[in-house]
Design a protein around this ligand. Sequence first.
Ligand code: ZN
Length: 142
Amino acid sequence: MTKNFKHRGIHTKETYTVEEAAGVVGSCARTIRNWVWSGDLPVVSQNRPILILGADLKAAVIIKKKPRTRLQDLTDFFCMTCKEARPGRDGTISCEASEGSPSVAYARCSICDGRCSRRLSASQLDELRRVLSRNTSNTPAP
Ligand SMILES: [Zn+2]
């Protein structure tokens, strides 16, 4: 599904609050917060008010206008540089469990070496750890 979000009025060098971003994109503030929460929209800092760089906002809107990219595999990540789902490069995938909030996994893009991350549910985190430990035990250390 594609939405009719606007990106032409976004100034890439300005920062926006959630409310300002919603106004310029033509969405509601909740939509912008969901993008931030899901990791689709990077923020300048987590301190309040949350500030979003125009360039990041524009990139996120352009992605949102495209049909959704599904991460097929647990070791797939969304690369912010390629704007595509990419497999994480072997040996660069790490997970970070945190109490009370979704866990995050990080990796380097297998294509461009850009930084990728994705949020994981508790069960996905367990599964990813299992996959990673299987991979490391199968390959002898260099
Ligand atoms: Zn990439």
